[in-house]
Design a protein around this ligand. Structure first.
Ligand code: ZN
Length: 303
């Protein structure tokens, strides 16, 4: 029995030593270098997705008008600030009847107690959030697929033992950053009641995921009288509209002509030709398909 145990142990230790030597060796370094450009591309997309996820905190923390225009920090600086408070939660302590009412009419109470105005500017901001969150959700899937594709392409050059038993470490050693697949970045609003003694409590949680954001937009859209609306042209951003624009543009970037028919895992985004912040609106004429890189470059220039 003891012999078996010692045998297994020495095999395990032996394997660990072998793996460490392998990852430290020139052979692996060559493989790593051969895909370095793709790894970097994945890491850039990963970072971009994290930026998209932080749109909401940016919307909530900057006042409309002046402070938006005054914010002239360099793109990189701003990026760091965005990711600092990405996971946004708001809690309102209130009576149990407010909790009940909020549960019955979530958006009405959300606007009232968390100061979400029903005006055109707010609608535009939330449209941007919905647009970016949708791209982030798609980006997460495409990025994972792309990473798997790269790893499987080099599979024949990796020792079988390593790919079977050290898959995760292989991904790390190749230089891929972790992909955050969670949906923790969706903003969460909570109405909660706790009795003075703490024995009784209730709460109503409103999570602004894609479905709820879309519903909130249509709720606000019904309340807002749009100034720039030329009859019938103004639409509200929806997940379906994004897909429609992509199909219209043949799933091809309007700037660089990259297409998801040739690059299977290419993240395509929907861009407002005249940005919402410059008075553009969501209408089919003002929307175009861009690949994430072109959209990111355009965004950096405007900021
Ligand atoms: Zn492009």
């Amino acid at each position: 029995m003891v012999e078996v145990f010692l045998g297994v142990l020495s095999v395990l230790i032996g394997y660990q030593i072998y793996v460490s030597f392998y990852f430290g060796g020139k052979k692996f370094l060559d493989v790593k270098n051969s895909v370095a450009i793709y790894t970097k591309n994945c890491n850039d997309l990963n970072e971009h997705i994290e930026e998209l996820k932080s749109t909401y905190s940016y919307v909530r923390s900057i006042n409309y008008g002046d402070s938006h225009l005054q914010d002239d920090s360099r793109y990189n600086m701003k990026r760091r600030k965005w990711s600092e408070n990405k996971n946004s939660t708001w809690v309102h302590n209130c009576s149990s009847s407010v909790v009940k009412n909020a549960n019955n009419q979530p958006f009405k109470y959300l606007c009232k107690y968390f100061d979400i105005k029903s005006d055109e500017e707010q609608v535009s901001k939330l449209e941007e959030v919905l647009n970016n969150f949708s791209a982030a959700e798609q980006g997460k899937v495409l990025l994972s697929n792309e990473r798997d594709r790269i790893v499987s392409d080099i599979n024949s050059e990796i020792p079988t033992l390593v790919s079977i038993f050290s898959g995760k470490r292989l991904i790390k050693e190749l230089g891929f950053r972790d992909i955050d697949l969670s949906d923790l970045y969706f903003p969460v609003y909570t109405f909660q009641y706790v009795s003075p003694g703490g024995n009784s409590s209730s709460k109503c949680v409103i999570k602004l995921d894609l479905r709820n954001l879309e519903a909130l937009l249509s709720y606000l859209g019904a309340l807002v009288k749009f100034r720039k609306s030329i009859a019938g042209q103004r639409a509200l951003m929806t997940v379906a509209l994004r897909e429609r624009i992509k199909a219209r543009d043949n799933f091809t970037c309007k700037l660089c002509s990259l297409s998801s028919s040739t690059e299977r895992n290419l993240l395509l985004e929907i861009d407002h030709i005249i940005p919402l912040s410059k008075g553009g609106v969501t209408s089919e004429e003002n929307l175009q398909t861009l690949c994430w890189k072109c959209n990111r470059t355009k965004g950096a220039k405007i900021l």
